[in-house]
Design a protein around this ligand. Structure first.
Ligand code: FSO
Ligand code: SF4
Length: 545
């Protein structure tokens, strides 16, 4: 195996026998093969789309396949074996559709489109030949992977939007076009750089689509105090990003005496008006994903994982963890979607009834709900505060949290920021500073949480609005600095989206991606001013210059 898609990759270079995330070698290899199969399908599918041949299953298969290979989503070998099998069948189906329509497909000769196998042993053999390192040139490899990881993040967001009935054909076309392009040996470094930026364009589109899906379905996030303590009822903990799953669980637990708490990235669900009507939607329990081994233990009740980030569960609570959607782990119970799109969570509810209430690990409240609608509603106040000098600068500190000690930087950075600055955040990065008492500026809290990582879209909308209000020509002329923390591939699509929007001088940490080759890094530094983080003191000097 060779995997370097996340920030915690071994030595910053690549995981070669077992992932730091817990992904095993066989699963890593099969994930590579699934990606390869999807690239092969894409070669046919983009032809089919050109000729008006519709195959909805292909679109969904590729979206969910990309999603399942994101860090900490699916660790289940059998899931990948089944998907590879289905992928090969689908590839043949779409090929047949093309042939029946008289489309000439003789030019599609790439191995990804033609190889075939039936047994698991054959899959495993093939998998070893199609991984990341099968691209020899390290710059081409770097860009191909950058694009692929961006597509994975895009796919995750597209999937949440689709669960709420929102989809966009252009996104599927692009995902498949870009996947196919990563097989094309004729594309130059410049072509691939352009494609990476184009990925960012569709990144903006997919986040806008998900924003539309979430806000039209559940209302605009409102300023909300979220309880972080517990009460004495048995309860279910929900983690991940899927609001549709949460809604169904809240409906099904209503009146059962079971409380529901959020963990990690599900925290922002509390900001949506539609979820406020549930009295048993109690609060948020714990912190970012990587603390789950401790927090799931003390929660006492069952846990539903709707997306990443799942950490291989400890035996002490393993029987309480349930997965759904693209999430999977061998031995955990998976709740399947029914034909009509419903999910039956009764098994989890019955389980919860037998469990003691959660152990309280903290008390108090955290505030959030500062997505674009709320912040633009405060625009006058904010503009006034900027003009009067009460707010000197905004710091976008969106992204992910993670295990590495070096991420203490973000807590320290937040603490040391001058009192006349505001942090704009989204994603689980916020847990590094959202429980600090950083105060407010004229009633505006100094940490404004827009929501999940996909709500970084809100931060872009806010920046674009400020650009308009302050009559600037360039988004980079605003008093906004970007100090982004990344962990997995959704952060990659967020980053590409910001680059596409023209944001310069983003600081990225706690380390630069292992998948960026020295030459690709050089291009990003020269063209976009991307920089690694240094010490808090050094960075503050640079930002506040
Ligand atoms: Fe965090 Fe995990 Fe949202 Fe990521 S939960 S790390 S960017 O999956 O998705 O922010
Ligand atoms: Fe390693 Fe990250 Fe890949 Fe897991 S996802 S195998 S930790 S690079």
């Amino acid at each position: 195996m060779f995997c370097y898609q996340c920030q915690e990759t071994t030595k910053g270079i690549g995981c070669t026998f077992k992932g730091i995330c817990g992904k095993t070698e066989d699963v890593a290899n099969l994930q590579d093969l699934l990606i390869y199969v999807m690239k092969g399908i894409s070669l046919y599918s983009i032809e089919a789309k050109k000729h008006g041949i519709i195959n909805k299953e292909v679109d969904q298969f590729i979206m969910n396949g990309l999603f399942a290979t994101i860090t900490n989503v699916n660790f289940d070998k059998n899931v990948f074996i089944e998907r590879i099998k289905r992928g090969l069948e689908l590839r043949e189906e779409i090929k047949e559709q093309l042939q029946k329509s008289g489309v000439n497909i003789e030019m599609i000769i790439h191995d990804a489109a033609t190889w075939t196998a039936e047994t698991v042993e054959e899959f495993e053999r093939k998998a070893k030949t199609v991984g990341v390192l099968s691209t020899e040139n390290e710059d081409i490899r770097s860009l191909r992977e950058l694009i692929t990881y961006g597509l994975k993040g895009m796919a995750a967001y597209a999937s949440h939007a689709m669960n709420l009935g929102y989809e966009k054909e252009e996104l599927f076309i692009f995902m498949q076009k870009a996947l196919a392009a990563t097989l094309n040996d004729h594309l130059s470094i410049d072509d691939l750089l352009d494609l990476a930026l184009e990925t960012g364009k569709y990144g903006v589109d997919v986040m806008a689509l998900l924003d539309e899906a979430n806000t039209s379905t559940y209302g605009n996030p409102e300023i909300t105090n979220v309880n972080i303590g517990v009460r004495n009822n048995p309860a279910i903990l929900v983690s991940g990003h899927d609001l549709k799953d949460l809604e169904q669980l809240l409906e099904q637990t209503n009146g059962t005496g079971i409380d529901v708490y959020t963990h990690g990235e599900m925290l922002p669900a509390h900001y949506y008006p539609a979820f406020k009507k549930y009295d048993h939607f109690m609060g948020n329990y714990g912190n970012a994903w990587w603390k789950q081994q401790k927090e799931f233990e003390s929660f006492n009740g069952p846990i539903l994982m709707t997306t990443n980030c799942l950490v291989p569960p400890k035996d002490s609570y393993k029987d309480r963890v349930y997965t759904t959607g693209d999430v999977g782990y061998e031995g955990l119970i998976h709740i399947e979607e029914e034909e009509n799109g419903n999910k039956d969570f009764s098994q989890i509810i019955e389980h919860a009834k037998k469990c003691p209430a959660p152990i309280e690990i903290e008390t108090g409240k955290i505030v959030g709900g500062f997505a674009h609608h709320t912040v633009l509603g405060l625009a006058d106040k904010i503009v006034e505060a900027v003009k009067s000098g009460a707010i000197r600068r905004f710091f976008v500190m969106a992204g992910c949290d993670g295990r590495m000690k070096s991420r203490d930087y973000y807590t320290e950075f937040a603490k040391q920021l001058p009192k006349d600055t505001i942090i704009l955040t989204a994603g689980c990065a916020k847990y590094r500073y959202n429980k600090l008492d950083l105060g407010d500026i004229n009633g505006i809290p100094r940490v404004l949480d827009a929501g999940q990582c996909n709500d970084s879209y809100s931060l872009a909308v806010i920046a674009l609005k400020l650009k308009e209000v302050f009559e600037r020509n360039d988004i980079n002329e605003l008093p906004i600095s970007y100090n982004i923390a990344w962990y997995e591939q959704k952060a990659v699509i967020v980053l590409l989206a910001l680059l596409y929007l023209g944001v310069k001088n983003i600081h990225l940490g706690p380390t630069l991606p292992g998948f960026l080759s020295p030459n690709v890094t050089k291009v990003l530094v020269e063209n976009f001013g991307i920089a690694p983080i240094q010490t808090v003191e050094e960075d503050l000097k640079v930002f506040l210059g």
